[in-house]
Design a protein around this ligand. Structure first.
Ligand code: PLP
Length: 402
């Protein structure tokens, strides 16, 4: 009998599972007491490391006071108000506002809907087109599925949302040509600062700046999908800050709570807020039951406090130097095809014939967690508290598993 739990992004007949029961820092343990270095921050999200009693206490205290109450008007709660303020203040849109939700996919759908709404409010409802890059990952709701640039993930679900086009991911000329031919139809371009789940691709030099300029020249919005890049992963609160780009909408999730509670959101620029605020009869007909959930926001606040107090943003490049340097050394030895990365997110493309999933399994047997991605890439996105000796264990396990 198959087990009752149908796992996400998994073959339904899969039988090998590793029950993870406990975590501390960059290490987790399975139910047999075996230890693993978590080279992936679980699924790209555990910035402050596992086992933080401080966050557990903050959530428990909130739960004892008020477990939940929704934030549709006329209700609000202090953790949600404070979290929004803290995130906005650290963001590339410090005079904007934050909408809250519970996941990256909800954040992406929210941003896509807002982009089209904004053009409608500006009197240009014909601007509907959403441009996305190949190799992008934007989640799994119908909007995110329509947007994401991984074709196998888009197949088999029937008709997706109309009005989405994909461009080759590192080709500025293709993007410029699209703007020339359809610039007045484009509502928004959605782009990760560093493409993560699609294979770990930092942007080509100047790509994001040029993208910003193209959007400005043609009246389109720029959505930065920072679900992976946000909250210290690239050494800044947001990846856009590292690349000195100011988006109109920013999606976030994952690292905002380091996964201690499901939490996500969208940042809106002041110009977009002005538009939404212009007509006092206008009602934002969008929101989730758990938008601004006080326990999730309490986890987010405690997480931000740790990131700040322990200076964890500064760890990203230190990790990058050590991990990226070690991966490049493996490449120099001829053991890998290509190494890509920036800050604390890295990918190593394996030689033809080396299956990333098989290498992942061999590394698991050696007590190290990495993640196979499309194109036989192994991804690394460790907690920002990972120690150098633990990175060395990751590199050694990889060397032996190739
Ligand atoms: N956007 C990006 C860039 C992501 O990496 C992800 C998840 O990996 C998502 C959106 C979807 O987030 P979630 O899985 O929380 O729905």
């Amino acid at each position: 009998m198959p087990r009752p739990l149908l796992h996400p992004f998994t073959r339904p007949v899969e039988e090998r599972f590793v029950p993870i029961v406990r975590g501390e820092g960059a290490v987790v343990w399975d139910d047999q007491g075996r230890e693993y270095v978590d080279g992936m921050g679980s699924l790209w999200y555990c910035q402050v490391g596992h086992g933080r009693a401080e966050i557990a206490d903050a959530v428990a205290a909130q739960m004892r006071t008020l477990e939940a109450f929704h934030t549709f008007a006329p209700y609000t709660n202090e953790p949600a108000e404070r979290l929004a303020a803290e995130v906005v203040a650290r963001s590339p849109l410090p005079d904007g506002r934050a909408f809250l939700c519970s996941s990256g996919s909800e954040a992406v759908d929210t941003a896509l809907k807002l982009a089209r709404l904004v053009h409608g409010l500006r009197g240009a409802p014909e601007r509907r087109l959403i441009v996305a890059r190949e190799h992008s990952y934007h989640g799994v709701t119908y909007g995110g599925t329509s947007a994401q640039g991984l074709a196998p993930n888009r197949a088999g679900w029937g008709e997706l949302v109309p009005g989405f086009v994909h461009v080759p991911h590192r080709d500025l000329e293709a993007l410029e040509a699209l703007f020339v031919s359809r610039g007045d139809e484009i509502a928004a371009v959605i782009s990760e600062p560093v493409q993560g789940a699609g294979g770990v691709f930092p942007p080509p030099e100047g790509y994001l700046t040029r993208l910003r300029r193209l959007c400005d020249e043609h009246g389109a919005l720029l959505i930065a999908d920072e679900v992976i890049c946000g909250f210290g992963r690239l050494g800044h609160w947001f990846g856009s800050q590292r690349f000195e780009v100011r988006p109109d909408l920013v999606t976030f999730a994952k690292g905002v709570s380091s996964g201690y509670q499901p939490l996500g959101g969208v940042l809106l620029s002041r110009a977009i807020c002005d538009l939404l605020e212009a007509d006092d009869q206008f009602l934002l007909r969008h929101g989730f039951t758990f938008s601004g959930h006080p326990c999730a926001c309490a986890a987010g606040l405690a997480n931000l406090a740790i990131l700040e107090r322990e200076g964890l943003l500064g760890r990203a490049d230190v990790i990058g130097e050590h991990l990226g340097g070690g991966l490049r050394a493996l490449q120099d030895e001829g053991r890998a095809r290509e190494v890509r990365g920036v800050g604390a997110i890295w990918g190593v493309a394996l030689h033809e014939g080396d299956r990333a999933a098989a290498v992942r399994d061999r590394m698991l047997d050696r007590g190290v967690i990495a993640r196979p991605l499309p194109g036989d890439v192994l991804a690394w996105c460790p907690p920002l508290v990972i120690e150098e000796a633990q990175i060395d264990r990751c590199l050694e396990a990889l060397r032996k598993s190739l």
